[in-house]
Write a protein that binds this ligand. Structure first.
Ligand SMILES: Cc1cc2nc3c(=O)[nH]c(=O)nc-3n(C[C@H](O)[C@H](O)[C@H](O)COP(=O)(O)OP(=O)(O)OC[C@H]3O[C@@H](n4cnc5c(N)ncnc54)[C@H](O)[C@@H]3O)c2cc1C
Length: 342
């Protein structure tokens, strides 16, 4: 049995936007909460894949940088003091079915009354540029975490999806030159952005793939091949951004006995309950009829999961939390009364 200080009401697995909002809600419901994430920073895909991009479809924000949305979510979640464990990957469900759930990570064991799985795309890893792994950290990138690292550089972008096209348009403002290659004739990216790309200063080469990167301490050249003519060309480059997509899977959670859809989504009901008592899920990781994978929908699912968890932990607690406008005012009044000198 856990020490009471080790037992949390709610343990959230995954500190992306959904997990962070769930942490806020847990605090709002007066539940003790822990967030565990395998990455070294909070924010999920927003921090790992596109911190410098604007998001346009989060309610209440006409446009907001992904990293700023994460900063706001953290600011909103932290006042209730959730325990945060970063760089720790959840592996095993060691006990379920009793009053407490026990999960094992690669570093520790954690006890909880309820688990909320918000692992998004799961173990989220960029597809690597095969044969060029030695240039990682030497000019070969899989995402952009700081735009200024590309200032004044000659950049080769590889890929034909949204990420490749978006980054080309974004980095055009700071790079000295950009070439984008794509192995097919057609882009997979949003039409409007492809149109903007074709009217930009970016040099676009279709039916081309990267054959080899060259350089010693740093990438200096890229050999590209035309897949139709087999003609080769050597480009001088300072940075290569390979946008080849991400692979994802549930990892060890696939063996927990959860009802799955495909190999990367967990089936939930309208309360965001999984088939295992006390285990809820929310955000990109869930599957249900009509599911839409967006930050906005993840927020709603997080609130549903936490409020139903509160009622599961303590059936005396209502599922409906009450309005924050009213409850926070009452709490502030109580605090002022308590803090006032006698
Ligand atoms: C380039 C790009 C642009 C996008 N633009 C938009 C947009 O404009 N609007 C929009 O609504 N959505 C957008 N999205 C999608 C959006 O980012 C996702 O819908 C959102 O991040 C899902 O949030 P989440 O918290 O459910 O999961 P995630 O953000 O994926 O976070 C899950 C977290 O769980 C952690 N985790 C996974 N497995 C484990 C484990 N076993 N142990 C511990 N931790 C684990 C991961 O490390 C990760 O931090 C975009 C995505 C990409 C890639």
């Amino acid at each position: 049995m856990p020490e009471s200080s080790d037992l949390h009401d709610v343990t959230i697995i995954g500190g992306g936007p959904t997990g962070l909002f769930a942490a806020y809600y847990a605090g709002f419901r007066g539940l003790t909460c822990k967030i565990i994430d395998s990455l070294p920073e909070l924010g999920g895909q927003l921090t790992a894949a596109y911190p410098e991009k604007y998001i346009y479809d989060v309610a209440g924000f006409p446009k907001i940088l992904a990293k700023d949305l994460v900063r706001n979510l953290v600011e909103q979640a932290m006042p209730c003091g959730p325990t945060v464990r970063l760089g720790e990957s959840v592996q095993k469900l060691a006990s379920a079915g009793g009053e407490h759930l026990r999960v094992l990570t690669d570093r520790a064991e954690h006890w909880s009354r309820v688990l909320i799985i918000t692992t998004g795309l799961g173990m989220y890893t960029p597809r690597r540029l095969r044969g060029s792994e030695s240039f990682e950290g030497k000019g070969l990138y899989y995402t952009v975490t700081r735009t200024d690292e590309f200032l004044g550089k000659e950049i080769l972008i590889i890929g034909g999806g949204d990420s490749a096209v978006d980054w080309a348009l974004h980095l055009e403002q700071v790079a000295s030159g950009i070439t984008l290659i794509h192995r097919r004739e057609q882009f997979r990216a949003h039409e409007e952005n492809v149109r903007r790309l074709l009217n930009s200063t970016v040099t676009v080469k279709l039916s081309c793939r990267a054959k080899e990167l060259r350089g010693e301490a740093h990438v200096r050249e890229a050999v590209i091949v035309n897949t139709t003519t087999t003609a080769e060309e050597v480009l001088r480059v300072d940075a290569v951004l390979a946008c080849l997509g991400f692979s994802s899977d549930l990892g060890p959670m696939a063996d927990w006995g959860l009802e799955l859809e495909g190999n990367d989504a967990i089936r939930v009901n309208t309360k965001m309950e999984t088939n295992i008592a006390g285990i809820y899920a929310a955000g990109d990781v869930t599957a249900f009829p009509g599911k839409v994978k967006l930050i906005a929908t993840g927020f709603g699912e997080a609130a549903t999961a936490v409020n139903n968890s509160a009622h599961y932990i303590n059936p005396g607690m209502k599922v409906f939390p009450g309005y924050s406008t009213t409850i926070m005012k009452q709490r502030e009044r109580k605090k002022t009364k308590h803090d006032a000198p006698a």
